[in-house]
Structures are given as structure tokens and as C-alpha cells.
Write a protein that binds this ligand. Structure first.
Ligand code: ADP
Length: 492
């Protein structure tokens, strides 16, 4: 099949590069926006908060004896010029943090003017110096007719009125300088430009390294998979690298193991089936020829041999068909609630003529279950058949039905040689026979328990297993959820 050529940009390298670049682009874009557009706004916000906090602290300690010391500390820590006057504009405290600050150039008249303006604004007033000043009249606040003061750009003035403990007003004025942000913004812009270039180069290098480390193991797995596709089931997938790749390699190793098992099984199947078909066919042909050529040999016993062998053949063919249908999933289930106990009784009737066997069925009452009646009867039939085949010399087979906690358990026990505990897991596999040389095992197809397993697996909530002790016998069991008996008159 011709493979469609994938575009080069679909490779992991380009995908990783694209991913890294997008991530970096988003991060840088956010940085750009914050650093350049909002820096000044953020900075002013922080400064405003600082000046307000300074004012709040002064208000809190306005009656302190050592107010002057505190003002000195606040002034130094927060880089604030502080002037406190009374309601007449008389200066009570003064701290200078900036040379040439407007507060320390104002006279009593201007203090008083500022006091009234603050009063008009509800007790607090904030003014920031504008970058471009309008005509002098706009700065009327700072003019008393004789003296005109303008608040220079990148400066901030905050005033507030409070009372001291004797009820007289205290007018607090704070001033601070704002560092020029524009220069910082320019520097940041330049830095960000180079950071962007560096990041793109880094993204490319990172993409190369990442894609190399990721694709390396994938390429090796791909090579091994091609070998596997050619039928080399002993191919080993390298389990190194990332967890996902390790898991993929493990899965592929498992699949390769299973494929090689299937191949082995197929070979065994051909050998088994040809052997199993040949034996009864030889017998049938042999007996039929004898009966044709020798008139005296046309006896019911010889005919019985032909019938028995033909039955064996038909069993084998049916088993093979059943198992392939069950395994391929083409078999549909006819699920209904039915009387399991009654169904077992009917199966056991088929063995009523085997009088040399002691087949017992113990059940306390009838039990209903939900499932496919035909398939479940095949389970019982296969288990009982095996028990009869492998039971001991006493020819005892016991079938027992017990119920507990809403579940019913069917156990089929024999007194045969038992099964080696090491092989207990294998007996459920297709075509598995414990002792292929064993005369009795040669009768079976090695499919019976595999059919049992496949059928029970199709019934949700069903469990099954086997207990066996060498020399004492085996007990095969399965357990299902019990269903309430249908009301009389309704169909089962
Ligand atoms: P078979 O048709 O050979 O019996 P099964 O799938 O039914 O195939 O069983 C697989 C193998 O399990 C048998 O070959 C036999 O060795 C072992 N086995 C099954 N049932 C019993 C049993 N009741 N006692 C001892 N061995 C058993």
C-alpha cells in the first residue's frame, strides 16, 4: 500500500517548536503589556497607596509625645516630605525628604488655601503633577496673588485634616517625587526585544533536543515493528525512554509474545486436528472395509465402533467450530432467566445409561440464573464429561449446587489423579492437554475447558476456577448471581 506522504511540519520536532514558540510568545506578550503599557499606572498606584498609608499612620499617632521622631522615620522610610500645620497655617512639624519640594516653599497663606481646598474635598485631597502645564490660572491652588507655585511633573501631593486630642484641627501635608518611568520603560522594551530573540532561539534548540529524545525510541520501535510485521515474532522492543514509550514497548512485546504463541498454537492445531481426524477416520474406514469384505463381520459391535468414531469426529468438529465462533465474537447470546437446577438435571439424564459410574447431583432447591441456557448447559456438560473422563477407579462424580449471599455455585468433583498445581492456569488454554501421552487425554480435544472459559467470560459477574490435589481428584466450579424465581404463569 502506498503511504501518504505527511507534510514535514507534522513531525514532532516542528510540533514541539510550535508549542514552545506559542507558549513563549504568550508569556512575552503578557510581559510586554504589563511592563510597558501598565508600568506607569502600576507605579503611580503603588506610590498613591504609600502616601495614603503614611498619612494614615500620622493620623493614628497625632497625639503621640514623640510624634517628631515618628515623622522622621516615616519620612525616611517612605521618602516623603511632611508638613503639619494648625488651622491658621502655622507650621507645627516639618520633615524634608526631597530638596526643593513644594511644601517647603509654601507660605502660611498657601497652607491655609490648601487647608480650605482639602476641606472642600471632604477632608482629603490628592494632586499629581501634570507632565504638561496649562496656563498659570490652572494652578490657582498654589497662588496667593504674590507667590505662584506649580506642582512639577512626576510629583504627588496628599493632604488630610484630622483633630488632636484637644479638638483643634491638624492639617497634614505629604509630598513625594515619582521616579521617571519612561526611561525604565525604554530600557525594558530593549531588554524584552533581546529576551524575545533569545527565547525563540532557545525554543528551537529545545524543540530539537526534545524531538530527538522523544522520536529516538519511537523510531527504534518502528523499526522493530516492521520486523514483527514480516513475521519475526522473536523481535524485542526496546523498553527505554519515556514512560509512555516504555508502556508501548511492553505492550508490543506482549503482542509479539502472543502472536508467537498463536503461531505455535496454529501449528499445534494443524498437527492435533490432523491426528485427531486421522485416528477415527482410519478406524471407520478399516471397520467398514472389514464389514464389506467379510460377511461374518457385519455385527452390531462393529457398527457401534463406526458410530462411536463418527461421533468423536463430529464432537471434534463441533468443538472447533464452537471455540472459533466464541473467540471471534460472532456468537450472539440468548440471555434469559432460567432454572439452572432443572437444566443440570436434564443434562445428567444423558448419563443415566452409564450405570458403571456413580454420578450424583446434590441441590437443596431450584435456583434461577440469568444467562444463555444453551451455552451454560454446555459448560456443565463439558465439566461433567471431563470429570467422567478423568475420575478415579471408583468412577465417582459428584455435582453439587450450593447457594450463599445471593449467589449459586456449581461444583463438579471427581476422584481422579488431580492436576499438577503448576499447570492449573494452563488447562484453560486452547488445545492444552496436561499429559498428552495419557491414554484418556488422547480422547479429548483440549478444547473443552477453553469453551467453558469463553462461555463463562461472556456472562458478567460470573466467577470460576478449579481446586485440585494430585492423587485425590479435582473440583471444577463456577459461581453466578442468583435470580428470583419467575412468578407462576410467566414464561421462564
Ligand atoms: P480435553 O478435551 O483434553 O479434556 P479440556 O480443555 O477439557 O480438554 O481439558 C484440558 C486438560 O485439562 C485435559 O487434557 C486434562 O489434562 C485436564 N483436565 C480437565 N479436566 C480434568 C479433570 N477433571 N481431572 C484431571 N484433569 C483434567
Amino acid at each position: 500500500m502506498k503511504q501518504r506522504k505527511r507534510p514535514y511540519f507534522g513531525s514532532i520536532k516542528w510540533r514541539v517548536f510550535l508549542g514552545c514558540t506559542i507558549l513563549i510568545a504568550i508569556m512575552l506578550a503578557v510581559l510586554w503589556i504589563f511592563q510597558t503599557c501598565f508600568l506607569s499606572t502600576f507605579y503611580k498606584g503603588i506610590k498613591t497607596r504609600q502616601i495614603q498609608l503614611g498619612a494614615q499612620e500620622i493620623v493614628k499617632h497625632i497625639n503621640d509625645e514623640n510624634l517628631n521622631d515618628r515623622l522622621e522615620t516615616i519620612s525616611k522610610e517612605k521618602q516623603l516630605c511632611i508638613v503639619i500645620t494648625d488651622e491658621t497655617g502655622y507650621v507645627l512639624y516639618s520633615q524634608e525628604a526631597w530638596k526643593n519640594c513644594i511644601l517647603h516653599r509654601m507660605n502660611a497663606v498657601l497652607y491655609l488655601r490648601a487647608y480650605y481646598i482639602t476641606q472642600e474635598h471632604g477632608g482629603t485631597y490628592l494632586e499629581q503633577g501634570k507632565a504638561a502645564h496649562g496656563p498659570d490660572e490652572e494652578n490657582a491652588l498654589w497662588s496667593d496673588g504674590r507667590q505662584k507655585l506649580t506642582l512639577s511633573p512626576e510629583t504627588m501631593l496628599y493632604t488630610t485634616i484630622t483633630e488632636n486630642k484637644d479638638g483643634s484641627a491638624r492639617f497634614i501635608m505629604l509630598y513625594t517625587n515619582l521616579s521617571p518611568v519612561q526611561a525604565t520603560v525604554e530600557t525594558l522594551r530593549m531588554q524584552l526585544f533581546w529576551v524575545t530573540v533569545l527565547m525563540i532561539v532557545l525554543a528551537f534548540v529545545l524543540a530539537l533536543i526534545l524531538s530527538h529524545t522523544i522520536t529516538g525510541p519511537i523510531r527504534r520501535i518502528n523499526e522493530s515493528a516492521k520486523q514483527l510485521a514480516k513475521g519475526r515474532y522473536d523481535t524485542q522492543f526496546e523498553e527505554g525512554g519515556y514512560q509512555e514509550i516504555r508502556e508501548l514497548a511492553q505492550t508490543l512485546n506482549y503482542a509479539a509474545g502472543e502472536l508467537s504463541k498463536v503461531e505455535g498454537l496454529q501449528r499445534e492445531l494443524v498437527a492435533n486436528i490432523s491426528h485427531d481426524l486421522r485416528t477415527p477416520l482410519t478406524m471407520i474406514i478399516g471397520y467398514a472395509e472389514v464389514m464389506r469384505d467379510l460377511p461374518g463381520e457385519n455385527t452390531p459391535e462393529n457398527i457401534q465402533v463406526i458410530i462411536d468414531e463418527a461421533t468423536r469426529l463430529s464432537t471434534l468438529v463441533n468443538d472447533v467450530l464452537d471455540i472459533s465462533k466464541l473467540r471471534s465474537g460472532t456468537e450472539t447470546m440468548q440471555v434469559e432467566v432460567f432454572n439452572l437446577t432443572e437444566s443440570i438435571r436434564q443434562i445428567l439424564q444423558r448419563y443415566s445409561k452409564m450405570t458403571d459410574y456413580r454420578i450424583t447431583f446434590r441441590a437443596e432447591g431450584d435456583v434461577w440464573v440469568k444467562g444463555d441456557p444453551l451455552k451454560l448447559s454446555q459448560v456443565v456438560y463439558n465439566l461433567v464429561n471431563n470429570a467422567i473422563t478423568y475420575t478415579g477407579k471408583d468412577k465417582v462424580v459428584d455435582i453439587c449446587q450450593t447457594t450463599a449471599q445471593g449467589r449459586v455455585r456449581i461444583s463438579v468433583t471427581d476422584t481422579g489423579e488431580g492436576i499438577d498445581p503448576k499447570l492449573l492456569n494452563d488447562i484453560w488454554d486452547r488445545y492444552y492437554k496436561v499429559d498428552k501421552a495419557h491414554k484418556r487425554a488422547q480422547i479429548g480435544t483440549g478444547l473443552g475447558l477453553s469453551i467453558v472459559k469463553s462461555i463463562l467470560d461472556l456472562h458478567p459477574g460470573t466467577t470460576y476456577g478449579v481446586r485440585s490435589k494430585l492423587g485425590e481428584g479435582s473440583c471444577f466450579w463456577f459461581e453466578m448471581e442468583q435470580q428470583p424465581a419467575p412468578l407462576p404463569g410467566t414464561t421462564e
